[in-house]
Every structure is written in structure tokens, then in C-alpha cells.
Design a protein around this ligand. Structure first.
Ligand code: ASP
Length: 419
């Protein structure tokens, strides 16, 4: 008999968790069975969350160092990489903004006050910072002794240090090839560990859901449905209107021409939930169907597959607000600004593999004091939403390639530095 795939196991884990949760919830409150059930689910779920937190910092660090250092091969193509990074930042910024606005308007999950997270949310401090104070704290928090930052999971300082190390590797060139190879290996190694942690996901999800259902009422599921609809709606606006709109304005490529050329990659992204796995198809479509030159597609697409994730960024921002609604806390403007930046960083730090966004979701939640355990609510719907967000991620890489090509071509009369 063939062993079911991890996707099927996660689904089974989710279903079993919900059933177990209902059973546990219907046993005598305080009975030995219920106590034992809740204790076991707290332990198993806690271990799973702990493992996710364990891999987060090394994953983020190595993924960013390697992503930035890969610019090395193209270091003369200043115009290409500057326009690439500017486009990536703008498109992700628009995606997150869209998500924040839509989630604030529709407020999925508002008024729920989940009791499961009552303890965790006691740590939540509704910080009353002014925007000025926020920025000074934000800027000062960027730089820290990297070892302290790693130890304290100061994600932002880790990201900044990783960026600086990546840039140093690019500038140092050949001299640091061993260190780059080491970082590449460290990244592969962490990814292997992430793979192991994901093997435990069915059990972790089962335990977390069992506890959630046993201690919650069914209105939670209605809220989850609302949230899913909202996320798909925002993805559609971004993927069908905004990205093709920007593309048309800058390059005059019509949405129809674009989709015709991009179709194979979009379908592959949807089916695999992995930008990295889709990358060969994305490069092929971008070069052969959309007519982007090899040296541009060969740079923009691989870099985009690791750092440019519009779908993931908008999902993480929307999910953080949804969780805040569920646990009954109001995020003020400053906290929403933090969510804005963290969602962008979290999507940059997420590698292009299935459910990577779920690992980095932890850092978005923690940045504003929301309980990391709340990803239990997002896990069961994660795989479903991952299909759509990966499709939008890959679409962004192809749109980016066309736009960068246009920008480089339009400045062709000026010599592109060394490129
Ligand atoms: N699966 C996504 C990708 O590969 C990343 C994520 O959001 O989990 O693009």
C-alpha cells in the first residue's frame, strides 16, 4: 500500500483533530479523560510550535544571505538589480497595503475572544507609541549584536545582519566563495530539518486543532470561512487587476497576452504550492513565451522565487489581523505598521516551498505580541490558501521580469554599467 502524501496526512490530521476535539469537548468537564486529552494535545501541539520557532531564525538568516549573495553573478548589471529590487518592494508593499485595508474593512473573526489564547494574550501589550516613537524604536532596533539578536529572536536585527553579510559577500566576490558555499550548505541543511518538522505537522495540527475545538464553539469555523473568502478575494484583486495593470501601464503587454504566455507556470505554481519547484517552468515561460532576454529572466526569476512573494506577504498581513480579531485585541496604527513591515520581511525570508509562509507567520504574530500558538487556526487552511498565494508569487516574478526588461531597454541609449 502506498503511504499517503504529506498533504493527505495533514488533511487527515486536521480532520482527526476536529473529531477528537468534539469528542473531548463533549466529555465531562474536568474528568480524567478530558484532562488527559487536553494535557496531551497541549504537549504535542507545544512541541510542534517549538520546533517551528527553532528553525525560524536559522532559516531566515541563511535564506537571506544566500538570496542576496546570488546577486554576485550579476553585480555589473546595476540597472537590472536595482530595478528588480525596487519593483519587488513596490509590488509587495501594494499587496500588504491592500490586505491591511481589506481586512480592516471586512474584519473577519471580530468579536470572537478565543479563550484558548487567554493566557498567551495576557502578554499582549497594546503599545501606545506615537508614529515618531515607533520609527525611532524601529530604526534603533535594527542594529544589534548579531549573537544577541539570534538568541533573543530579534528577527529584524537578524534580517539586517543577514542583508549586510549578503552584501559583503557580493562585494568581496571570489574571496568569500567558501563562506558563500558554507551558507548555501547551511541553508540546504536547515531546509532538510524544516522537512523533518513538516513530517510532524499532521500530529501537531491534530493536537492543536483538538485542543482548539474542545475549548471553542463552532462560530470559529464560520469565521475561518469568511477569512478564506477574504484572502482569495484580495489575491484576485492583486493578481488579476493590480499586477496586470502595472504591467500594462509600463510595458503595454495586455493581460490577455500575459496570461497566455504565463499560463503553464501559473498552473504549475497552483499545483505544487512551491515557487522554487515551479522555477524551471517560470523561466521557460518568461523567456520563450513572454520574450524576456535570458540574462534578465535568469536573474529576476530565481531571485524572485526566494524573495518576491506578493501572495505570501498579503496573506501574512491579513492573517495577523484576523488572529488579532479572533483573540479580541485591537491593533493600533503603529502595530499595523509593524505588521506591514514584518509581513514583507516574513515573505522575503520565506523560501519558495509549500507552507514556508506558515513558518515565518510566527514572526509576524510575535512582532505585535500575538500568540504564536494561534497558527493552529491557520494551519488547516494553509495548504488550501498556499495554492493561490504561490500562484500570485510566481505571477509577480514574471511581471517583474517583463517590467525590468522594459526599464533596461528604455535606458539602452545610456550604457548599462558593465552589463
Ligand atoms: N508556498 C509559497 C511559495 O513557494 C511560499 C508560502 O507562502 O508558503 O511561493
Amino acid at each position: 500500500m502506498k503511504f499517503p502524501s504529506l498533504n493527505t496526512q495533514i488533511l487527515l490530521g486536521a480532520v482527526l483533530g476536529i473529531v477528537l476535539g468534539f469528542l473531548l469537548g463533549s466529555t465531562e468537564p474536568g474528568s480524567a479523560v478530558q484532562e488527559a486529552g487536553l494535557y496531551t494535545s497541549t504537549m504535542v501541539g507545544g512541541i510542534f510550535i517549538g520546533l517551528l520557532k527553532m528553525v525560524l531564525v536559522p532559516l531566515l538568516f541563511t535564506s537571506i544571505v544566500v538570496g542576496v549573495a546570488n546577486l554576485q553573478a550579476h553585480q555589473q548589471m546595476h540597472r537590472v538589480w536595482i530595478s528588480t529590487l525596487v519593483f519587488f518592494s513596490i509590488s509587495m508593499g501594494i499587496a500588504v497595503l491592500l490586505a491591511l485595508v481589506a481586512t480592516n474593512i471586512f474584519k473577519p473573526g471580530a468579536g470572537m475572544h478565543l479563550s484558548m489564547f487567554a493566557d498567551a494574550t495576557q502578554n499582549f501589550h497594546s503599545e501606545q507609541l506615537t508614529v515618531g516613537e515607533f520609527f525611532s524604536q524601529f530604526i534603533l532596533g535594527l542594529f544589534q549584536n548579531p549573537f544577541a539578536a539570534l538568541a533573543q529572536s530579534n528577527i529584524l536585527a537578524v534580517v539586517i545582519f543577514a542583508l549586510i553579510v549578503g552584501i559583503a559577500i557580493v562585494i568581496g566576490g571570489e574571496r568569500y566563495r567558501h563562506f558563500l558555499a558554507l551558507m548555501q550548505e547551511a541553508f540546504d541543511l536547515v531546509m532538510m530539518i524544516v522537512g523533518w518538522v513538516m513530517r510532524l505537522a499532521p500530529f501537531g495540527i491534530m493536537a492543536l486543532l483538538a485542543k482548539l475545538v474542545a475549548t471553542q464553539d463552532s462560530s470559529l469555523f464560520a469565521s475561518m470561512g469568511e477569512f478564506m473568502l477574504l484572502v482569495v478575494g484580495i489575491m484576485l484583486v492583486h493578481g488579476v487587476i493590480i499586477l496586470p495593470g502595472i504591467l500594462y501601464i509600463i510595458t503595454r503587454v495586455t493581460p490577455w497576452q500575459f496570461w497566455k504566455g504565463a499560463r503553464d507556470a501559473l498552473v504549475t505554481a497552483f499545483a505544487t504550492s512551491s515557487s522554487s519547484a515551479t522555477m524551471p517552468v517560470t523561466i521557460r515561460c518568461t523567456e520563450q513565451q513572454l520574450g524576456v532576454k535570458r540574462n534578465i529572466a535568469g536573474f529576476v526569476v530565481p531571485l524572485g522565487a526566494t524573495i518576491n512573494m506578493d501572495g505570501t506577504a498579503l496573506y501574512e498581513a491579513s492573517a495577523a489581523l484576523f488572529i488579532a480579531n479572533l483573540v479580541g485585541v485591537e491593533l493600533n496604527l503603529v502595530q499595523q505598521l509593524i505588521v506591514f513591515f514584518m509581513a514583507m520581511l516574513a515573505s522575503i525570508g520565506a523560501p519558495g516551498i509549500p507552507s514556508a509562509g506558515m513558518v515565518t507567520m510566527v514572526m509576524v504574530l510575535q512582532s505585535v505580541g500575538l500568540p504564536a500558538e494561534a497558527i493552529a487556526i491557520l494551519l488547516p487552511i494553509d495548504r488550501l490558501l498556499d495554492t493561490v498565494r504561490t500562484t500570485v508569487n510566481v505571477e509577480g516574478d514574471m511581471v517583474g521580469s517583463l517590467i525590468v526588461q522594459e526599464i533596461v531597454a528604455s535606458s539602452e541609449h545610456k550604457p548599462v554599467a558593465g552589463g
